[in-house]
Every structure is written in structure tokens, then in C-alpha cells.
Design a protein around this ligand. Sequence first.
Ligand code: ADP
Length: 399
Amino acid sequence: MKILVINAGSSSLKYQLIDMETEKAVAKGGCERIGIEGSFLKHKANGKEIVIETPMPDHKVAVKLVLDALVDKEHGAISSMKEIDAVGHRVVHSGEDFDKSVLITPEVLETIASNAELAPLHQPANITGINACRAIMPSTPMVAVFDTAFHSTMPDYAYMYAVPYEAYKNYKIRRYGFHGSSHLFVSDEAAKYLGKPKSQLKIVTCHLGNGSSISAVDCGKCVDTSMGFTPLAGVPMGTRSGDIDPAVVEFLETKTGMTTAEVINYLNKKSGMMGISGVSSDFRDLSAASASGNDRARLALDMFAYSTKKYVGAYAAAMGGIDCLVFTAGIGENDSFIREKVTDGLGFLGISIDKQENARRTGDIHDITAAGGKVRVLVIPTNEELVIARDTARLALGK
Ligand code: ADP
């Protein structure tokens, strides 16, 4: 059985074809600059990568090119489109309408569209990707897997903001959380690795990448998460501010003459590690700059680690304990310095890591707990595509 996983952005479309027998990708790649001059497809299968530069005026043309690449005699991974049993789509926002993945029907698509205003940059692109696939593969079942769904189990006192209740009722203003597939995947993997049922574990999962979020997972259920109404909230990120006092928005407008939209863009694109350091949003560049004496790069890294550490402590308190701390995504999986700084001083919670083990890179699940450490600290490579493929196989094919 093979599942095609699609992650459509406004001008991009990433894909993986996953063989569910092995749960491995047999082909993967992406189209970039869709609808813009200079579009190209990067496709990898059988250990080889090809790049096809060709005009892609819209997502439908992009999907057709992906399918052509997948069945190509030389570069493909399957002999016909019929070998794709189902398609799983990453969709950013479920609103309050879906608490889990769902088989896509015309009614479901309408509901997804009704939540587009909650994620105006991403949701319309996700819908475009779904429509493009439906046009080209009308009889292939499709499933929507939401970034927010794993967080739907948060209790009301964790997801509500203390704004007038009518703002929640009328405009759906509340915490939703994102990166749900990743938090679900790594918390499940942690339980498997520790050989314990999820019902016995209190886990804090740190998804630290370009966008970062921390979640509290109690008995397999998310009970709190650091991102909020949008992915701008929580810890400072590559270019995002994370949590700030909302009064700053109006103050900046008055001082600079920026419009509200410009200030929000400033907080999304010009802030975070990039804004503080003035060097880069990439942690590799920041580490190098900090090591060579750049104090603002040092400050950015300190702020990131401090903020992440505060969430770990807060979520241990929220759950009344912590059994396991997980690091994942680009920074969580690769940056031993950040892992060390986040865990430093958390011995009072039973969290301490083995520095030598932490410095070792394995690319697999990796236990970095210090000898005698009460809380298991794990580095777990995330695999959001596999979560999408598994849900798709289950919902579309009953497998
Ligand atoms: P996205 O949120 O775009 O999926 P990723 O999870 O791939 O992001 O994380 C990307 C970030 O991970 C990069 O910006 C970089 O800061 C960080 N990163 C990747 N590799 C390393 C590394 N070897 N050391 C430190 N940081 C890394």
C-alpha cells in the first residue's frame, strides 16, 4: 500500500510517497515558485535527485508534474498512478470543527474553507492543493490531517484567553496550538522507546525548528502548548517574536507609523533570533557568531534557551510532574548546545543530561539522560509525514 502525502503552501508543494509496508518514503520532493517565474520541481527517488525547471502556473500543473515524476520510467517509484492508494493532505487549521483527521468530502472541504480566516497564509494554499489533487485523481480517497488537532484535548482553562467571553464565542479567539502531528509522533515514540503505556507518562515535547513549540502531553493527551491563536506565540523563533505584551503593537504603530499589518509582519518576519542578533535566523550561524564574540548572537541564543526552559518548568507544574523530556525538529535534533542550555539548572525537577552523550549525533532515538537522572531526556527525530500517512491509511483504507 502506498500513500502520497502532500503539504501545499502558497507557492510550493512538498510531497512524499510512503510505502506503508516499510513506513519509508520511496520518493519525495517539492515544487517551488508555483505561479511565479522560475518554478522548478526537485524529485528524489532510488537514491537519485533530479531537478526539472518548467513553468508551473498553478498547483494543478504542479500536481500533474509530481505524478509524472512518480511514474517516470527512469526517475519514478511506481509504474502507474493506480498504485497510489490514497492521498493525505497536511491542513493547518481545524478550528474547533475537527479534533482528529478526517476523510475529505465536499462538506468537509467547506468546513476547512470556513476556517481559512484563522490561518490566512496557509489554509487557502492547503485547499488549493486538495482541489488540485481531486481534479487530477478524482477517484482516489483523500484525508485531511490538521496541525491543530492533537491540541484539541486541552482543557478550557488552558486554551482560553482572558478576553471577554464573547470574543471567543463570536470570533473563535483562543489558543489552538500547532505542530500537532510532530508532538503526537514524538510523544508516541517516547512511550514506545520507554516501553510504557502512554497512560503512565507525563511528557514535555520540545519541537524546536524554524518555528518552535513546546507541549505538555499527559497520558497521551495534549494538555497545553506554547503556540496560540497563531504560530506567532510562545518561545522566540527564527524570525518570530514569540510572546510579547500585546500593547507593544499599538505603541510601535504610534512610534514608527507602521500599520497594524506591518507591525504583525515585523513580529513574524523580522523578530526572534534574526531581529535580536542581526546575524541570522539559523542556529548554526548564531552559534558560530556567538563563539566568535558576537554578543547579540549570544543574547538571542540565551533568550531562546531561557524561554524554552521556562515552558518546561511550567508544563511540569501543569501536569504535576514530568517523566520524560523530548527534543525534536531541526534545532532539537541537532543542536546539543541548546539542549544543554535548556536542561541546565533543571536538576531540581530530576532533569539532567549526560554531556558526552548529548554531544553525540545518532540520527535515531537517542537517550541523553545522565546516570541516575529521574526524568528521561530523549532526542527523537520527528516524522510528520508518517503521521499523515498512517491516519490516511486508517481513514481512507481501514488499514
Ligand atoms: P521547519 O520549522 O522549517 O521545519 P526545521 O525543523 O527543519 O524547520 O529546523 C530548521 C532549523 O534547524 C534551522 O533554521 C537551524 O536553525 C536548525 N538546525 C538545523 N541543523 C542544525 C544543526 N546541525 N545545528 C544547529 N541547528 C540546526
